[in-house]
Design a protein around this ligand. Structure first.
Ligand code: AKG
Length: 292
């Protein structure tokens, strides 16, 4: 029987039940209170989701016929749900996967109303890296990828698709054909060999290495999407480019005093790490993080 960490290293993901029924219900109530559920768009446009990670305003939710991506740690008014990002069961699992002294670097909600279609091209999470600097050595079993990304739905979902095991190796010839010359996103609706749908019931989370080839894809969803989406790294090792997704400039002293003591401490640890590693563009260079 392999350990969770061995499974994570081999397949690039593990699926674990983390929330009780009452926690699912409590988080769902908090999230629904933050989002104005009654707003339904008459918009019939198709919207690209490729730059969704740049984030949306909560007050815009439902204006357009699309999925929304909210960054929570840098937005006033989101404090009622911040405890989701230091949920002990989640942190315990992430520690088993990558080690102690966790730093949160993404704490978001993926949300859409029923009827919405959401289509992202296949990708590894390397959008911050210029295409000509994305080298195969980044996707190798010898390189420790100091990042875990998590989808934790509060409503059953089938939106994430992955290619198991692809985090630890470069693209195969067949995958390269689907990427058709790009190292960022494939075209939407592209068929990827070896792909698997990650079906999650509410409260069950997928913990994944976001170097995996993956996409978000859901056509005419029958249910709302209400998913906590988060990322961590271990401060025992240098961070990856994912660490810079959180906009540290918004963590002003005036904002930090509005946070709970625990969240403020987590944000101070984030800022300390940012002082230690100020340059995202170093993180994919050859030799980065190798002890002298
Ligand atoms: O919607 C999803 O679950 C996928 C999100 C995703 O692809 C990403 O965050 O890079």
């Amino acid at each position: 029987m392999s350990t969770l960490r061995e499974q994570f290293q081999k397949d690039g993901y593990v699926i674990v039940d983390v929330l009780s029924e009452s926690e699912i219900s409590d988080f769902r109530t908090i999230m629904d209170n933050m989002l104005s559920e009654s707003k339904r768009s008459s918009d019939s446009e198709t919207h690209s989701a490729a730059l969704q990670h740049l984030g949306d305003e909560i007050s815009d939710f439902g204006n357009e016929n699309r999925q929304y991506y909210f960054h929570l740690l840098t937005k006033p008014g989101t404090q009622p749900i911040h405890h989701a990002f230091y949920h002990q069961s989640v942190l315990n699992i992430v520690e088993k996967l990558i080690g102690p002294r966790l730093i949160v670097n993404n704490a978001s909600i993926l949300a859409s109303n029923p009827g919405v279609s959401y289509k992202l091209g296949w990708h590894r999470d390397v959008i911050q890296i210029p295409e000509d600097e994305i080298e195969d050595r980044l996707f190798s079993a010898d390189r420790f990828h100091n990042s875990v990304q998590i989808n934790l739905p509060l409503v059953q979902e089938d939106s994430l698709e992955i290619v198991p095991g692809s985090h630890n190796r470069p693209n195969s010839e067949a995958e390269n054909q689907v990427f058709a010359g790009t190292k960022h996103y494939t075209r939407e609706d592209a068929k990827m060999p070896g792909a698997m749908k990650v079906s999650l019931k509410a409260g069950r989370a997928v913990f994944y290495n976001n170097n995996l080839i993956h996409r978000g894809y859901c056509v005419d969803s029958k249910v709302p999407r209400r998913t906590l989406h988060m990322g961590y790294h271990s401060a025992t090792k240098p961070p990856t480019w994912h660490f810079y997704l959180l906009n540290g400039d918004l963590l002003t002293p005036e904002y930090l005093v509005t946070l709970s003591p625990r969240m403020r401490q987590m944000m101070e640890e984030y800022l300390e790490c940012r002082r230690q590693y100020p340059r995202m563009e170093d993180t994919w260079k050859e030799g980065y993080g190798v002890e002298a």
